[in-house]
Design a protein around this ligand. Structure first.
Ligand code: SF4
Ligand code: SF4
Length: 495
């Protein structure tokens, strides 16, 4: 059992909570003196929970923090001095306007009656704050919304991000404008934008009809086709998973991504988080946790992507530390809480999935790297130590179980030797990343977990706020402070 703090879903005060095992599941239980007991499934598989727990790291946080929390988490976000991870991926909502009218969306300008759209200069300041983070400046940024492509100055915003030194720039989009205009795709590519995070809820019309109100699948496919021809060069599919709507399409979505591996480089499943009040039986019925996604992926790929192929996001921390020692520069470490997200890499050959764990002893290999890091940083010649590491790599690889068309040993050696963009890109060209992140809500929020969050929002008043706390506690006040009244726009683009 682990003790933590959480929030009363009714009065939103901070309350004690415990996380414990019950019938093979991990449950969060908490009690508010005024509103009683609350329980929710935290992780639906206790065994996987324990496996992931082994990969918990404490990051350095941000030394030039903006606020002191005084134990007031999650209301003291800023980033505050207690926060344990730097910004690994920054989000900037550049508008809450959208070119769709999804029946499930309560966040867009039309429904809220206000427009939240930071000016170009405000966005520059937010990005400067991110780049000034110490000791490691934020290097990855995502522009989101609403729908960011409704802003005509998006290309200029991306160029500004590049000038400010962001190495990884991505745009989260519903794909409508990309589908309607190959010229616009080209324009985005010319900014050096490399990645689109494309909302993609399934491989049949039904999930779209249910959540978006119309069959958006042809538009999604057209957006992918336009990017294939005109750029940007990579797409990550982002399915929002809801029980009974598309949770039975996880395998189909992974297969679709693998069949389009020339352009689709990843799938990031996001189980729907509950907003507002929802009663216990509804929660029990609708809750999808990370182990559920993993189990469904196994079932729906006929066991080709088994549950033991998945590891927490933080699993790669020793690899970052090793590459940092090789290159003698600080590299962001993915020190997010081990129960926030999971992922794996897969190869696809002759219609079959080959997870990286089939042929690489990933645990043995990262343990070896962890042991060697002090030597890399110590007095022994770095070059000698690196060649010792490279000689050892084949020990952890069973080539017979890997893809036949790729020399996996050379590919992994390339990443380790240099860790540069070219070698990393070669790795990414051949693999599909599949991941899942389960955002928290008022019922399952664990303040120990949120303290390690590395996905942050930058907001116009200079604060940096962790993603889950922003969406649950801060978004409304920020948006109302920086919004102007909404004026009716032209018809949405899908009509
Ligand atoms: S979520 Fe992080 S930044 Fe916000 S108050 Fe808690 S520790 Fe501080
Ligand atoms: S966004 Fe939420 S789920 Fe993701 S790392 Fe942060 S706290 Fe965890």
């Amino acid at each position: 059992m682990r003790l933590t703090k959480s929030i009363c879903p009714e009065c939103k005060r901070i309350i004690e909570a415990s996380i414990f095992e019950e019938n093979g599941k991990i449950v969060i239980g908490k009690e508010c003196p005024d509103h009683g007991n609350f329980r929710d499934v935290y992780w639906s598989d206790a065994e996987l929970y324990r496996k992931f727990e082994r990969y918990s790291y404490t990051g350095t946080g941000i030394s030039n923090f903006q606020s002191s929390s005084f134990l007031n988490c999650p209301f003291g976000c800023g980033i505050c001095q207690d926060h344990e991870s730097g910004t690994l991926l920054a989000n900037i909502d550049i508008t809450n306007r959208c070119n769709l009218r999804c029946p499930v969306c309560f966040a867009n300008a039309r429904v809220k009656g206000v427009v939240f759209e930071p000016s170009f200069e405000e966005i520059r300041k937010m990005m400067e704050t991110l780049r000034n983070e110490k000791p490691v400046p934020c290097s990855a940024i995502q522009f989101s919304g609403g729908e960011p492509t409704v802003r005509d100055d998006l290309p200029e915003i991306i160029e500004m991000a590049q000038k400010l030194g962001f190495a990884q720039i991505q745009v989260a989009s519903n794909g409508i404008r990309l589908a309607n205009s190959p010229e616009y795709c080209k324009k985005l590519k010319d900014t050096t934008l490399r990645t689109i995070y494309l909302a993609f809820d399934g491989v049949t019309p039904d999930p779209y009809i249910e959540t978006r109100g119309f069959n958006a699948l042809p538009l999604k496919k057209k957006a992918i086709e336009n990017c294939r021809i005109c750029g940007p060069e990579s797409i990550v599919l982002v399915p929002t998973l809801a029980k009974g709507v598309n949770d039975f399409q996880i395998g189909g979505i992974i297969r679709y991504a693998a069949e389009n591996l020339d352009i689709v480089k990843g799938v990031n499943f996001q189980p729907i988080a509950f907003t507002g009040r929802i009663d216990k039986s509804q929660r029990e019925q609708k809750r999808i946790t990370i182990p559920d996604v993993i189990k469904l992926a196994e079932e729906q790929t006929n066991g080709e992507i088994p549950r033991n192929a998945w590891y927490p996001v933080s699993f790669v921390v020793p690899i970052s530390r090793f590459l940092s020692a090789v290159r003698k520069v600080p590299i962001p470490e993915l020190t997010v809480h081990p129960h926030c997200g999971a992922g794996t890499y897969i190869f696809f050959e002759e219609g079959h999935f080959i997870p990286i764990t089939n042929f690489l002893d990933v645990e043995g290999f990262t343990e070896f790297l962890t042991e060697i890091i002090p030597e890399m940083n110590g007095k022994v010649s770095r070059v000698l130590t690196l060649s010792k590491v490279l000689r050892q790599v084949p020990r952890y690889i069973d080539e017979k179980k890997g893809p036949k068309s790729i020399n996996v040993v050379q590919m992994i050696l390339g990443v380790l030797k240099k860790g540069d963009m070219e070698n990393t890109s070669r790795f990414h060209r051949n693999t599909l990343f599949i991941g899942t992140m389960h955002f928290q809500d008022l019922y399952n929020i664990d303040l120990e977990r949120v303290k390690k969050c590395g996905v942050h929002y930058a907001i116009p008043d200079g604060r940096i706020i962790p993603f889950c706390t922003y969406n649950i506690f801060h978004r409304d006040s920020v948006e109302s402070k920086f919004s102007v009244p909404y004026v009716q726009e032209s018809k949405p683009e899908q009509e």
